[in-house]
Design a protein around this ligand. Structure first.
Ligand code: 1PR
Length: 599
């Protein structure tokens, strides 16, 4: 894996002549936009999403931003730093990629968005001489911002696949969250900070949520207390940011924390342009329940990529033409949902099971365009599996996922392939290391791997009728059946498989999935509420976060699912696409009902 990361480093760092190093910035990202009010910023973004294709202005020499608008980025190629790049560009800065240790030492300001696992990251830093340069740069108190793993690597060591020695600048050991006390690991979602001292870059956060996604964390101690600028409580109190002089690092993802996160980056990049403290609003106190907008995407009969929506997975209109239902353009809708307050946006390439996703360039382009302006997490699913094309060329599921990550995804979601992997694992009880779940979570971390389950209710008269976990239903079936099991399907619900949702969820957690997206074919598009029985069953069975999906028709349905089950997030599609219930109303309703949400 270290070799993979090292190879990735050399291949992903842009060459000096690669387009990403050209001084091309969008008209909206010039420094003048830095002082825009929030409303104006929102209007500007709205305009951007509506203009398709996006206009990029090539800035000629006379209008080039001053040299102090260059940010040096340390990207060792182990994951998606596209979002960090996009956020930096969005703020009007240009990026210079680190190619050699000297680039670190010569940087005016350095951002290190560490991604992937601790050991391979340290391996790359040591082998390339970057570790030494980083230590020298930080010890000289030069402007530095580490993000996520970029914070953890500053510590002495980590227990992740270790112990592994870190850069040793901050006393302490990075360890795994303890799932035994009922807190789900990975820690995924929007959480509240306790800001311990004036950290300058955190000054606009106040009581608002920021986005975390990690399984490992550093704990506060006597030895490192002088570094701590904020903590967060998730089972135990961990270090959410550090600061000493010009050196900052944050465990959360500013590039994925919407407006609040952009303020952190902006304050790091322009430290002298802001008053010391800005009054802030917000009411964050703990991990928020997430509201996710989902876009099922596929080509319609004319070949255009559209957002569609199924009725129990049937996405064709009930008309003579029987065309694919078209509810809008993917990039535009995703942008709108970001502005409306969606905590995450998911794209499901619903015909990915039969098409080869790397041949689906429009879908990759959708991700790239969306990630330019959407600063909350993006998940993409559809077609993630090993694949041999018509010329006999083999692609591993890891390669397919990597392309999605490179195009802007923060998480990938696996459907059909996870079912086959779980079936085999339950028979053999052997983790081969070769399944898509294992391959991708090993390289990108399990927090980046979602398994999407598409179960269908199978009614039973008695729970012993099947070998799979059956439950007593709250509402009996059409013939008065009191029980059901939830049969997993593949290929977009077209084929039922000999495995239940309960068995699948437990198996994929063991194989390394970090989250479950739990659909229900019976409820999809019905607007009658989530399948509480199913969601309770699965969210009680696993210790990874579960996203409840299918059936939302009103804000009350979100309250119900959060009150009656242990779901960490709730996802909806139809009500948002048809503008029946805005995301803001869902959140206000949840808040009034006493459920923590990001407002
Ligand atoms: O099997 O790895 O290629 O992944 C295919 C992915 O595409 C899976 O995640 C699968 O759920 C999804 N998919 C396949 N066919 C369909 C279809 O609708 N015909 N969409 C489909 C599944 C379900 C939800 C939907 C919710 C909420 N969509 O994500 O958005 O049910 O809808 P609602 O709020 O309107 O009720 P692979």
């Amino acid at each position: 894996m270290a070799a993979a990361a090292a190879a990735a480093f050399s291949s992903s760092a842009p060459s000096p002549t690669s387009p990403s190093r050209l001084t091309t910035v969008s008209s909206s990202s010039l420094p003048s936009s830095l002082s825009l009010s929030r409303d104006f910023h929102k209007a500007q973004l709205q305009a951007q999403f509506k203009s398709s294709p996006r206009r990029n202005l090539c800035v000629c020499a006379s209008s080039l931003p001053p040299s102090d608008s260059v940010v040096t980025l340390l990207d060792y190629g182990a994951g998606n730093v596209r979002s960090v790049r996009n956020a930096i560009r969005h703020l009007g800065f240009q990026i210079k990629d680190v190619q050699t240790p000297a680039d670190i030492l010569n940087a005016d300001r350095l951002i290190f968005p560490g991604v992937g696992a601790f050991a391979p990251a340290m391996d790359v830093l040591n082998k390339t001489g970057m570790a030494e340069a980083l230590c020298a740069y930080i010890e000289k108190d030069r402007p530095f911002l580490g993000i996520c793993l970029g914070l953890q690597l500053l510590f002495e060591s980590s227990t992740e696949n270790g112990p592994v020695t870190g850069l040793g600048l901050i006393p302490g050991v990075v360890g795994k969250f303890d799932a035994s006390n009922g807190f789900r690991v990975p820690h995924i979602g929007w959480d509240a900070l306790q800001i311990a001292e004036d950290s300058e870059i955190l000054d606009e956060i106040g009581n608002r949520h920021v986005y975390f996604v990690h399984s490992y964390r550093a704990l506060p101690s006597e030895e490192n207390k002088e570094w701590i600028s904020s903590t967060c409580n998730y089972g135990d109190t961990f270090i959410s940011s550090v600061r000493r002089g010009n050196v900052h690092a944050v465990q959360f993802h500013p590039e994925k924390s919407g407006d609040v996160g952009l303020s952190v980056l902006r304050r790091f990049l322009l430290p002298k342009s802001f008053p010391p403290k800005k009054p802030t609003d917000g009411r964050a106190s703990k991990l928020a329940k997430r509201v996710i907008a989902c876009l099922d995407v596929r080509a319609n009969d004319k070949g255009d990529l559209v957002v569609t929506k199924g009725d129990q997975y049937d996405v064709r209109e009930n008309t003579e033409e029987n065309e694919v239902r078209n509810l809008g353009k993917p990039v535009e809708l995703a942008g709108q949902y970001y502005l409306d307050g969606a905590d995450e946006v998911s794209f499901l390439n619903i015909t990915g099971f039969r098409d080869f996703p790397l041949g689906d360039l429009p879908m990759l382009q959708v991700l790239r365009n969306t990630s330019e302006n959407v600063f909350v997490p993006l998940t993409v699913g559809g077609g993630i599996r090993d694949f041999t094309d018509s010329t006999g060329k083999y692609y591993s599921s890891l390669e397919v996922a990597s392309e999605y990550f490179r195009s802007g995804a923060d998480k990938i979601s696996i459907g059909s392939d996870a079912v086959y992997a779980a079936e085999e694992y339950l028979i053999t009880k052997v983790k081969t290391g070769k399944t898509s779940i294992e391959q991708i979570s090993r390289v990108y971390g399990n927090q980046a791997v979602v398994v999407s389950i598409d179960p269908r209710r199978v009614y039973l008269s008695t729970p012993t009728d099947v070998e799979f976990k059956a439950i007593k239903l709250t509402n009996p079936g059409p013939n008065g059946e009191e029980y059901a099991w939830y049969q997993c399907t593949v290929s977009g619900g077209r084929e039922g498989r000999p495995i239940g949702a309960y068995e699948l969820a437990k198996a994929v957690e063991e194989l390394g999935a970090g989250e479950i997206l739990l659909n229900c074919i019976d409820c999809d598009g019905q607007g009658k509420g989530f399948d509480i029985d199913l969601i309770k069953l699965i969210s009680d069975a696993v210790s990874i976060p579960v996203i409840a999906s299918s059936g939302a028709g009103a804000a009350e349905h979100f309250s119900e699912v959060f009150k009656k089950t242990n779901a960490s997030a709730a996802l909806a599609a139809g009500i948002f696409h048809r503008k029946e219930v805005p995301i803001g109303s869902v959140k206000e309703h949840l808040w009034k009902d006493g459920i923590e949400v990001r407002i």
